[in-house]
Design a protein around this ligand. Sequence first.
Ligand SMILES: Nc1ncnc2c1ncn2[C@@H]1O[C@H](COP(=O)(O)OP(=O)(O)OP(=O)(O)O)[C@@H](O)[C@H]1O
Length: 243
Amino acid sequence: MSTVKDVKEQPTAGRTTAGLRIEDLHVRFSGARVIDGLSLTVAPGEIVGLAGRNGAGKTTTLRAVSGLAARSGGTVELDGVRLPSRPEAVARAGVAHVPEGRGIFADLTVEENIRLGLVRKVPAEQTLRGALEEAFPAVVRLRGQKAGRLSGGEQQMVALFRGLIGAPKVLLVDEMSLGLSPRALLTAIEALAALGRAHDIGVLVVDQNSRMLHEHCDRVYLLGGGRVRLWDDAGDIASAYFE
Ligand SMILES: Nc1ncnc2c1ncn2[C@@H]1O[C@H](COP(=O)(O)OP(=O)(O)OP(=O)(O)O)[C@@H](O)[C@H]1O
C-alpha cells in the first residue's frame, strides 16, 4: 500500500489564502538544490507536521519561511500577502519561529527570554501569557532564573512559550521533541494543538518522531528530493523514509 499521496491531491493545495501558503519554493546552497519546488499550506488553527530523513531540508524550509535562508524561487504568503525576506519583518507580520537549538539567550532570565517573543505590538490582554502559564507551569516557576541554567527540556518549553506569547498567526517549531521527556513532549504538543485551535494559530512542526506527528497533527508532509508529499499512512513509516 502506498504511504504517500501526491500533494496535488490535497483538497486545499493552491487555493487556501488564510494562513501560511508556500508555493513552488526553491532554496539553493552553492548551487545545490536543497528545496526544489516545495508547496504546502497551514491553515489557521491547524497543526501540520513535516517529516523527512536527516538532511532532507526540513530546517531549511522553516528558515526560508522566516527569512533566515534566502529563497531562490517561489512564493511564501501569509493570509494572501507575500511574506518579506527579512527575518524581523517576517516576525512582525506574525510568524514566530522556535529554531533548531531553541535560540535561548543563556545570560538572560527566563522572563527576559519570553519578552523577546513580543516583537509585534500586541495589547497585553491579547497575549497568550495566561493560557501559556496554565500549559507550562514549570516555566512560571523558573521565571527569575538564568535561562542557561535550565535543562534542555525546560529550555524547549521556554522557547515554545516565547514563540506563542505574542499570539502569532503561524508558529514554526523545529525539532519539537528535542530534549523533552515523553511526558513533557505529550504535554507540549497537546498544548500547542489546543492553543493553536483556540486562537487560530497555524502550527508547522518539524520532527524526527514521525509517529508523534501522525498522532497529533491534522496532516503530515514527508519531505524528500526537495519537495513534499502528503503522508497519510502512519503504519509504514520505515518504507516511506527509505523508498
Ligand atoms: N547554510 C548552509 N550552507 C550550505 N548548505 C547548507 C546550509 N544549511 C543547510 N545546508 C545543507 O542543506 C541540506 C538540508 O539541511 P537541513 O538542515 O535543512 O536538513 P534537515 O532535514 O533539517 O536535517 P536534520 O534532520 O538532520 O536536522 C543539508 O545537506 C545541509 O548540509
